[in-house]
Design a protein around this ligand. Structure first.
Ligand SMILES: Nc1ncnc2c1ncn2[C@@H]1O[C@H](COP(=O)(O)OP(=O)(O)OP(=O)(O)O)[C@@H](O)[C@H]1O
Ligand SMILES: [Mg+2]
Length: 231
């Protein structure tokens, strides 16, 4: 599903060179729930941004579903993101002036191959799944953090992406809300065979992952399934 070959991302800060990613090679299988862990500054977000086509690597190759993404034009990348990828961020990133329904519908509306009826139905489906259909007319600020993150998950899923990326989606949530959100990710992974790539700091999140890679100084220092979930 995703093939990553010798990925490097180097930032130049004046005369200082920061190797945010320093030769990452990795394959991610379809349907896998992958956890990316490691200390602050180890390159987790950078890796997620490269895989999610949100930033461009300095060198190396990323192939998603047979497509070498470095060969895509900017327009094709935008379409690729819209049709194939979903994102959940730490701070929810919902549009404050749009209702829950409008936020969730947004990525579906942007697609040119869907009628209004179709994207409305897709939004209702996914809002039902996350248990917030009764809040469809609320604004994000009228929801709790956990609820907002569930809306953000619904928005990421409304186009049924091939890959769902999440960067510390529970960083601003207490344990109870984190569990609700992670349980939803697990459900979506299991029921829809959704590939999920999630960055996390928290040790107990390991229970949710099929496989964990640990990053340190931009390198993969371990890759395995020990102590993690088995299905
Ligand atoms: N836009 C940027 N410009 C310069 N350096 C950057 C930039 N983005 C990230 N870095 C550097 O790259 C390294 C990796 O950063 P990254 O954000 O990927 O870490 P992280 O593992 O996600 O950390 P955290 O757990 O704190 O979120 C860090 O040293 C960081 O300072
Ligand atoms: Mg980060």
């Amino acid at each position: 599903m995703i093939e990553i070959e010798d990925l490097q991302k180097i930032y130049h800060m004046g005369s200082v060179e920061v190797r945010a990613l320093d030769g990452v090679t990795l394959d991610i299988a379809k349907g896998e729930f992958l956890g990316i862990m490691g200390p602050s500054g180890s390159g987790k977000t950078t890796l997620l941004h490269m895989l999610g086509l949100l930033d461009i690597p300095t060198s190396g190759r990323i192939v998603i579903d047979g497509t070498d993404i470095s060969l895509l034009s900017d327009y094709d990348k935008t379409m690729f993101r819209l049709y194939k990828l979903g994102y959940v961020f730490q701070d929810y990133a919902l549009v404050p002036d749009l209702t829950v329904m409008e936020n969730v519908s947004l990525p579906a509306m942007l697609r040119k191959d869907r009628t209004e009826d179709q994207y409305h139905a897709a939004s209702i489906d996914i809002l039902t799944k996350i248990g917030l259909l009764d809040r469809q007319d609320h604004l994000p600020r009228e929801l709790s953090g956990g609820q907002q993150q569930r809306v953000s998950l619904a928005r990421a899923m409304v186009n049924k992406p091939d890959i769902l990326f999440a960067d510390e989606p529970c960083a601003n949530l207490d344990t109870e809300n984190s569990r609700v959100v992670l349980d939803l990710f697990r459900e979506i992974n299991e029921e829809m065979q959704q590939t999920v790539v999630m960055v996390s700091h928290e040790d107990w999140h390991k229970d949710y992952f099929h496989r964990i890679i640990h990053l340190q100084d931009g390198k993969v220092i371990s890759d395995g399934t020990d102590g993690t979930r088995r299905t």
